[in-house]
Design a protein around this ligand. Structure first.
Ligand code: FO1
Length: 326
């Protein structure tokens, strides 16, 4: 490898595709059981939106805060130990307070917005925030170009956060589209990592396939990059025993006419997958997933403790080893 060691790009051994809460749990486990510098996390930015004049990137922030140990342990978004002076003052002024912004979290949005307006890329800002928060795992936005998830409802299109937070997922959703995805450029670090001969696993984390993973897969070159990658592509099911672990995934799947099962998730990802990880509760589905031509790992996928996160991460990385060339 020519060039000085400082110019040598750090090799990526594991590439994780993730949305917010669910995916972040496995990402923390991966960062604990491997060299965190060799882990590259590609964050969904379809949930991003402009609000109160601020650019907000929920999944990037959930991943960064969780890796920094700053995340709110129950909400799964925002920071722990928050104060809410800004929200109370905004309320008193008649401002929009349906999207809760804690005082510490607000600093992230204000500073990100300032730097974006100064011409910096979301990638550069995210890397700097991670460094300042002591996060050695690399978190990159799936693209530096705008991609916005839109919920198609009987009353017309809804911006994602309006659907998900303001209207609390009450509207019936007929489908999602990702405005801007066709014109957006996937993050070069993402595409380079996919082609890295040292890559040993691509992990699709247990995030919502329809709102958190599909935006990433829809970007040009991503599916082709995954198919051509030397590493196996392994997804962890976010559905256990017909129940969505977190959030309105079950309601969404019902409205999208998709059975709320781990098998339906495997079918959704289709021929992208080399391997699929299901919870022990779904052992009975394993053979049907294998019929899709996908290897299956049955293990505990419900992550309550840090130990759960780490053992699932170890199990996934060992599973990926099945494809390692001799
Ligand atoms: N989700 C909510 O349900 N209610 C909120 O008030 C809320 C505020 C919020 C603030 C910052 C942030 O980064 C995320 C926030 N989220 C909130 C979560 C967010 O809508 C979700 O993380 C997603 O976009 C789905 O993954």
């Amino acid at each position: 490898m020519n060039g000085s060691s400082s110019e040598k790009r750090s090799r990526v051994a594991c590439l994780a595709l993730s949305g917010g809460v669910g995916g972040a749990k496995l990402v923390v486990g991966l960062a604990r059981v491997m060299d965190p510098v060799a882990l590259l996390v590609v964050a969904n930015t379809g949930d991003d939106f402009e609000h109160l004049g601020l650019h907000i990137s929920p999944d990037i922030d959930t991943l960064t805060y969780t890796l920094a140990g700053l995340n709110h342990p129950k909400n799964g978004w925002g920071r722990a130990d928050e104060t809410w002076t800004f929200m109370a003052a905004l309320e008193a002024l008649g401002g929009e307070t349906w999207f809760r912004l804690g005082d510490g979290d607000l600093a992230t949005h204000v500073e990100r917005t300032r730097r974006l307006n100064a011409g910096e890329t979301l990638t550069a800002i995210t890397a700097d925030f991670c460094a300042r928060l002591g996060v050695s795992t690399r978190v990159v936005p799936m693209s530096d170009d705008p991609v916005r998830t839109v919920a198609e409802t009987p009353d017309g299109p809804l911006a994602f956060q309006h659907y998900f937070v303001r209207d609390r997922c009450q509207p019936v959703v007929k489908g999602f589209r990702f405005a801007g995805a066709a014109e957006a450029r996937a993050n070069p670090s993402f595409l380079e990592a996919l082609a890295d001969p040292g890559l040993s696993a691509v992990v699709i984390c247990p995030s919502n396939p329809f709102i958190s993973v599909d935006p990433i897969l829809t970007l040009p070159e991503v599916r082709a990059g995954l198919a051509a990658s030397p590493a196996p592509v392994i997804a962890v099911s976010p559905i256990v025993g017909g129940r969505a672990i977190k959030g309105p995934t079950a309601k969404m799947m019902r409205e999208l006419g998709i059975p709320c099962t781990a098998l339906a998730v495997a079918r959704h990802y289709g021929d992208l997958l080399d391997g699929f990880v299901v919870d022990s509760e779904d052992e009975a589905l394993a053979d049907q997933v294998r019929e899709l031509g996908v290897e299956v790992l049955v293990t505990k996928t419900v992550m309550e403790s840090l130990e759960d996160r780490m053992s699932l991460a170890r199990a996934v990385l060992d599973f990926a080893g099945r494809w390692r060339r001799p």
